[in-house]
Design a protein around this ligand. Structure first.
Ligand SMILES: C[S@@+](CC[C@H](N)C(=O)[O-])C[C@H]1O[C@@H](n2cnc3c(N)ncnc32)[C@H](O)[C@@H]1O
Length: 240
């Protein structure tokens, strides 16, 4: 990675942290995108979760789609949430897997990590673990998760191929990757930075199959489009 690329990556992380600290601490502000409970309702979140989680858990939710509509998550599973933010999806996952299971959230913004930890504590969830970290270098063991979920976070990384590589590294054979994200409209003017991505919410589910080569997929080719957007040399990232 060149110095300039590393600097640009660090600068993007600082911008992301500043923006999402603001959302964690001042969710009442207008950010120019859908957030909170009504946004989640419009994205098809189940009424049982809309009612079960308190307002403080919904207020900083910045969902762009609904990873739970892509497949079931069941009791006893280990779920990893990439860019868990204030912990809405993380808490839903924790309730779905119950006490035999675990829900692990990763986020790069300390204020979001603190908010997600508080959400889990307030809900009395003892199967939640929130870690400060970069989704491009997950602080997790190989083959340790049944499901990886993500909602609106991959587009914010300047190391997208690493994020996918990491997701598939931590998934057990047979595990699933269910995510929602935004993609840039190829016909639109190229944005100057990650903050200018077009709001274009899509969902896609991917599965890791034992012994499989390549990534079986269904959906609209979101994976290819996200990977196409990676514009730097990511191979020098520290591995966990
Ligand atoms: C659009 S918000 C979505 C949060 C949450 N998934 C939700 O649906 O409410 C994006 C989150 O990703 C986190 N994030 C962005 N880049 C990240 C990175 N490289 N590693 C870990 N987290 C990151 C941000 O701090 C923020 O909390």
């Amino acid at each position: 990675m060149t110095d300039a690329t590393a600097q640009s990556s660090q600068s993007l992380i600082k911008d992301v942290q500043a923006l999402y600290t603001e959302l964690a601490l001042h969710p009442e502000k207008e950010f120019g995108w859908g957030k909170g409970k009504e946004n989640a309702r419009s994205l098809g979140y189940d009424e049982q979760w809309l009612n079960r989680l308190p307002a403080v858990v919904w207020e900083s939710a910045a969902a762009v789609g609904n990873p739970f509509c892509l497949g079931p998550i069941t009791s006893g599973e280990t779920v990893v949430d990439l860019g868990c933010g204030a912990g809405t999806d993380l808490c839903i996952a924790a309730l779905l897997v119950g006490n035999p299971g675990r829900a692990i959230g990763i986020d790069i913004t300390p204020a979001m990590v603190a908010k997600a930890e508080k959400a889990a504590k307030d809900l009395g969830l003892t199967n939640v673990d929130v870690r400060l970290g970069d989704i491009a270098a997950l602080p997790l063991e190989n083959a340790s998760a049944d499901v990886v979920i993500s909602n609106g976070s991959i587009n914010l990384s300047s190391h997208k191929p690493c994020v996918f590589q990491e997701a598939f590294r931590v998934l057990r054979p047979g595990g699933r990757f269910q995510f929602a994200d935004m993609v840039r409209d190829a016909s639109a003017d190229a944005p100057a930075c990650g903050g200018s991505w077009a709001r274009d919410s899509r969902t896609e589910t991917l599965s890791r199959h034992a012994g499989g080569s390549g990534l079986p997929r269904r959906g609209n080719g979101l994976l290819d489009r996200l990977q196409d957007c990676a514009d730097d040399n990511w191979s020098d990232l520290p591995r966990s």
